[in-house]
Ligand binder design. Structure first.
Ligand SMILES: Cc1cc2nc3c(=O)[nH]c(=O)nc-3n(C[C@H](O)[C@H](O)[C@H](O)COP(=O)(O)OP(=O)(O)OC[C@H]3O[C@@H](n4cnc5c(N)ncnc54)[C@H](O)[C@@H]3O)c2cc1C
Length: 591
């Protein structure tokens, strides 16, 4: 009897698709060599394994957010990969004839990381056994159609879909971007999404004023594309500061702004990670039972996070005075020790967590100077060895796993979960997941010569004038800009936009959406379980589809990373796929 055709699909083939592919091959190599398995990889563009974010040809000034030491595509668990996989630092040291320890400290460009991912994609394809047929489909999957418990895919290319036994969906931010672009009004002087920066921002002529919505990582990429990307150069003015030499092709001014108006804190570089000493959130989370009722984020969770932030600050400050703060004791006792410390050291300024979360930036009526002064202060913290502020800012990164437990087990009330997504998510990202120091120093250098101006940084009023300009107004000033760019990454999607999840849902209710009821048009994300299996409109768990990375964000927190470890739903998917293949091929009692 001929073997039924087994087809497995990975939809979206950026880094997470690659990780899933690697696990799938490792598991398939454990099976009988005679079984023919077809693995279909789908990517909307030709950027297989890198996606658009790590596309190798992008400009070198688009940097990773952290040093090379944190990057590896080596899996954590068995079975072993089908080819040797070096960490990124080892791979760079090999290519560039440097040492791994030097590479560990370097911050590479995103393009270099893309070369690494592409290299191992090719190695994996070359090492796969001949019974594993790999199909690289360059095209967008537009709908998933259920068929007797399996799936057919519709695409925007000519493609005769086989029936897929399992699917891994790793579409990253793309559905949100498509949704946003489909909703944004067409305007000849507004750029609603800035990537790829070298193409999108090229539309902006020199010597114009540009309003820049967003002051985070995407805004930094955009500002650098409009300056360094146009031939301007940064030079060291002294040990620690940069100056900018104009090319003459830049805009006259770029005015970044955001709702909060707070600057993003640069990240500790050189591959250093700080140890967690304070565990108030951790201890509380580990004392909770699985069936406890949900908590209010602001009233019950945030205070513990603040306790951890404050304790980490003082733990480091005490150490700088050769003292030891007991970070494990009750928080009241920590406060007593802090009070006694300040009595003995009145010269030390008191610290509260809110200074990080909602920094008191406004000191004068000059928004630009106030913003810059605070940003320069954050640069000084990062450069200071053993800085208590850095210890405090680093705290969230150490709490994420505990917070994720609350998040994925639905332990936040619906309202406070929404509040967390709308307010606190970006706040914590701003504090703990900032850009590398050199990028902030570059923007400060651009502000020093007036190319970047923070006068309207804090949520200005914006109106479009009759002459098609964008007028920015704050309490103190007004200016008008010829161009507007939206330098933010969209999240969620409008339910009636035509993206993979909404169209598959309209056709067959395969997915259900979060927050659909509070705002019927907009979905924050998809419903799924902890394994990343989507939950259909009828409440059924779809166990042979797995969401990995951004699509699983409705359930699993903090997916927006290159990390292989965080919320790894792909390893389980690969294992489960093997079981399903056996089930399809061999009668139940024989396997
Ligand atoms: C500008 C930027 C910089 C970043 N920098 C860092 C960083 O320094 N460090 C870090 O850890 N993280 C960073 N991130 C986070 C980033 O999301 C992850 O590092 C990583 O890219 C996630 O990989 P992914 O495969 O899930 O998604 P993506 O990289 O977005 O890849 C998804 C792929 O799926 C394809 N696709 C989507 N829908 C379909 C469809 N329907 N059919 C076919 N193909 C489809 C897309 O074209 C894309 O190639 C950055 C993100 C951005 C936007």
């Amino acid at each position: 009897m001929s073997q039924p055709r087994i087809s497995i699909g990975i939809v979206g083939f950026g880094p997470k698709g690659l990780y899933g592919f690697e696990r799938l091959l490792a598991n398939l190599h454990q099976m009988d060599e005679k079984l023919e398995v077809h693995v279909h990889l789908f990517n909307a563009t030709g950027d297989f394994a890198t996606g658009w974010i790590y596309q190798p040809e992008q400009p070198d000034f688009l940097l990773m957010n952290y040093s090379n030491a944190f990057i590896t595509m080596h899996p954590d668990a068995a079975p072993s990969p089908i080819c040797e996989i070096m960490s990124f630092s080892e791979w760079c040291a090999n290519c560039r004839q440097t040492s791994t320890s030097a590479e560990d400290k370097r911050i590479a460009s995103r393009g270099e990381v893309g070369e690494y991912l592409s290299y191992y994609f090719n190695c994996l394809c070359d090492s796969a056994r001949s019974n594993i047929r790999i199909h690289k489909n360059r095209g967008k999957v537009t709908a998933i159609i259920p068929e007797k418990g399996k799936y057919r895919l519709e695409t925007d290319i000519e493609f005769q879909s086989p029936i897929f036994t399992t699917l891994l969906l790793t579409t990253g931010h793309s559905p949100s971007i498509t949704s946003k672009l489909s909703q944004s009004k067409k305007s000849k002087n507004c750029i609603p999404f800035v990537y790829p920066v070298q193409e999108k921002l090229q539309l902006i002529p020199k010597n114009v004023q540009v309003a820049c919505k967003g002051i985070g990582l995407t805004a930094i990429d955009s500002i650098l594309a409009l300056t360094e990307g146009r031939g301007g150069e940064f030079e060291k003015s002294n040990e620690s500061e940069l100056i900018y030499r104009k090319s003459g092709k830049e805009p006259t001014k770029i005015y970044p702004f955001s709702r909060s108006g707070y600057p993003i804190i640069p990240r500790l570089s050189n591959g250093v990670t700080l140890t967690q000493h304070s565990c108030y959130l951790k201890k509380w989370v580990s004392s909770l039972s699985e069936n406890c009722s949900p908590f209010d984020f602001e009233k019950e969770v945030l205070p513990l996070i603040k306790q951890d932030i404050t304790t980490e600050y003082y733990y480091q400050l005490f150490q700088n005075y050769k003292l030891r703060l007991n970070a494990q004791q009750e928080y009241e006792k920590v406060l007593d020790e802090i009070q006694e410390f300040h009595r003995l050291h009145p010269e030390e300024k008191k610290f509260e967590a809110d200074e990080l979360l909602r920094p008191p930036i406004r000191q004068s009526n000059n928004a630009h100077e106030d913003f810059l002064a605070y940003w320069k202060k954050t640069v000084d913290w990062i450069k200071t060895e053993n800085s208590p502020f850095v210890a405090a800012a680093n705290t969230w990164g150490n709490l994420v796993d505990d917070f994720n437990w609350l998040y994925k087990n639905d332990k936040l009330t619906a309202d406070s979960r929404s509040k967390f997504i709308s307010t606190y998510f970006s706040m914590f990202n701003r504090i703990s997941y900032g850009p590398p120091l050199q990028n902030v120093q570059k923007i400060i250098a651009l502000a020093a010569i007036g190319v970047v101006d923070f006068s309207f940084v804090n949520n200005p009023d914006i109106t479009k004038t009759d002459s098609d300009k964008y007028e920015l107004k704050s309490h103190e000033e007004m200016t008008s800009c010829e161009w507007m760019i939206d330098a933010r990454l969209p999240r969620g999607y409008t339910v009636n936009s035509n993206v993979l999840y909404t169209s598959s849902c309209k056709r067959n209710g395969l997915f259900s959406f979060l927050n659909k009821h509070t705002n019927s048009d907009f979905a924050n994300g998809l419903n799924c379980n902890e394994a990343g299996n989507p939950i259909s409109e009828e409440g059924e768990v779809i166990s042979n589809i797995t969401l990995y990375g951004t699509p699983a964000e409705g359930k699993l927190f903090d997916n927006d990373s290159l990390s292989r470890k965080r919320n790894d739903t792909a390893s389980q998917w690969a294992k489960q796929t093997i079981q399903l293949i056996y089930k399809t091929l061999i009668p139940e009692h024989e396997y």
